[in-house]
Ligand binder design. Sequence first.
Ligand code: GAL
Length: 367
Amino acid sequence: MVKMMSVCAMGAVAAAGCSCDRAAKDFGTTKYGEAAHLYVLEGKGGLKMEVTDYGGRVNRLWVPDAKGELVDVTIGFDSPAGWETTDSYFGAIIGRYGNRIANGTFTLEGKTYTLAQNDADHHANLHGGKRGWDGYVWDAKPFTKGDDVGIVFSRVSPDGEEGFPGTVKATVTYTITPENVWRIEYEGTTDKTTPLNMTQHVYFNLDGSDTILDQELQIAASKYSPVNADLAPVGPAADVAGTPFDFRTFQVIGARIDDPDTVLQYGPGYDHNWVLDGAGFRKVAEMRGKTRAMEVWTDQIGLQFYAGNFIKDSWKMKDARPMKRRGYLALETQHFPNTPNRPDFPTTNLKPGETYRTVTEYRFKTR
Ligand code: GAL
């Protein structure tokens, strides 16, 4: 709080093109001893985000319906300890590698790398390791550009961090437009070849209720990646036709989530990669609540639809709101899980001199 007042008084942030309500507010200290801050981005169309520089985590996301009623559609906490006493990467930037690298190991340019198996039940490296990119306070710069408001997060991931090769310079820009679009632009460079697969682990419940099971989802994917019990993709992509993975038309999320399909039961429930149809920046999915809907647009090839199967009813979130298993879902745009061990998948390797760039938009609308 003190920091917000002094920054505004000095005009330092205002001079950089930011208004006072987007100046940093103190948000306590992380378990790693770093000071965290909160920022508010208020779009001209009503979409409003509260976000922390601790892992670039979205803490609150208020979405209007046709009557202008704002509902906070995401999970968040009153302090950094909330994330540290739960374990589901709520709202965070994920790096270096979104989702799983099987057995926490891969071979690159003839050298074998060993990573933490921080997803013990599945013998995998998950979402970057023990302290992934969600575990750091990022450099944060709020901005205004025309009618858009946003924030640029950046950090340098040193060579060898969590066992990965190369120094990676990463930038993630969130923009809120007057059309109620949240755009996420990811950029990265490296000085040694490394796998890089960034994503955002925000969760949604478009009704702000305690279940997503009565909400609807559509995913433009004719194929998905079958997995083994460790949730690592096995074999080639399979057709969704005739399976509970077919979301090519809108489906009620809860309708088939407990289907006895073996691959679905490994979740248990939806926690799989959909191989997205088409190419280039396109609409790939849509979620519908009662009075709000959200389109997902991306240039990525994969979408991890995770139905919150591991969320515990006992966890406590912000404002003493209930948190329930399958109360929220994540739609993570990315390359396919375990690509570093799957030469048959489109590569996630970034080489020196190249720039990693990918864009995803969550577009909110009323219904
Ligand atoms: C998802 C992953 C799930 C679970 C979740 C975090 O991306 O697919 O299996 O680990 O993150 O709890």
